[in-house]
Design a protein around this ligand. Structure first.
Ligand code: AMP
Length: 283
């Protein structure tokens, strides 16, 4: 496995690969502190492409909360070991200055998607995500790029950006990988205390409880309230939002229709750690 730090070296390497024949490049962008969720993306890329490139870059532009950025876990040694074992070919580990040095930006109309749900509580977050993913796509020029369904709204925005920017890249969405308790794996879980880690399993437990209760014809509002109330009963936990929406348009769904697919998305504070999760419901 090759570890490359500089943007220009990565570009040269990718150009050489492209000239050397028909090698497909799969790309997995990450912020590091890798866990089994990230590795499931890497494994899928390794299976489906001749070359897999993973990036590790904690992107300051997507953090609306400076202390979240300052405290974001870093574990390069372990990350490189995991990537090597999984058969990753190249790890791109750039510096902030190098990555944004010649970046002119990509202005896009988010069609309001950046202002709702995650966007409402994390102003500027999705512009930061678009900046880095656009820049990484420019540099790595993959055939396929792998993203987790855990960040559902991010995935929708990246699909839109890929289309608007005319990148010839297939966006592959991968299922959420969970702890035994059901808690969605996340790098931020490393910052939870033992007690918080245990309590945080209630997020997925409640998503399952609600998915078993909710029936066609019912209003979703009371289930949002149920989620918020139940989370509030747990020490040190507070729900930031709970929404039911259409998985394509992300429009809010207030009433459950027959033969519909709906995604329930939540954000919950566990002490000072903010966790997100979602579940897709089919009626
Ligand atoms: P991050 O390092 O948090 O920016 O995540 C990098 C990629 O891994 C994103 O596409 C995430 O959606 C994905 N990811 C993070 N956690 C999980 C998980 N538990 N299951 C599947 N994919 C995940």
């Amino acid at each position: 496995m090759k570890v490359i730090h500089s943007v220009s070296d990565t570009q040269t390497y990718v150009r050489e690969l492209q000239m050397s024949g028909n090698k497909t490049i799969g790309f997995v962008p990450t912020m590091g502190a890798l866990h089994k969720g990230h590795m499931s993306l890497v494994e899928q890329s390794v299976k489906n492409n001749e070359i897999t490139v993973a990036s590790i870059f904690i992107n300051p532009r997507q953090f609306n909360d400076k202390s979240d950025f300052d405290n974001y876990p870093v574990n390069h040694e372990n990350d490189l070991e995991l990537l090597d074992k999984a058969g990753c070919d190249i790890v791109f580990l750039p510096s902030i200055d190098d990555i944004y040095k010649n970046f002119v930006g990509f202005n896009m109309d988010f069609n309001g998607l950046d202002k709702i749900y995650e966007g409402e509580f994390r102003p500027g977050h999705f512009q930061g995500v678009v900046d880095i993913v656009y820049r990484l796509f420019e540099i790595v020029q993959p055939n396929k790029a792998y993203f987790g369904l855990k960040d559902f709204q991010q995935l929708a925005i990246i699909k839109l950006m890929t289309k608007l920017a005319n990148f010839n890249i297939e966006i592959v969405s991968c299922p959420i990988v969970r702890e035994k308790s059901g808690l969605a794996m996340s790098s931020r879980n490393l910052r939870l205390s033992k007690e918080q880690f245990k309590n945080a399993a209630n997020i997925y437990r409640l998503l399952i409880v609600i998915s078993n209760k909710l029936k066609v014809g019912e209003d979703t509002d009371k289930y949002c309230q149920f989620f918020i109330d139940e989370i509030e009963k747990i020490p040190d936990m507070k729900a930031e939002y709970c929404v039911f929406c259409n998985p394509e348009s992300l429009d809010l769904v207030k009433k459950i229709n027959k033969n519909s697919q709906i995604i329930m998305c939540v954000a919950v504070w566990c002490g000072k750690i903010r966790l997100i999760d979602n579940i897709i419901l089919v009626f």
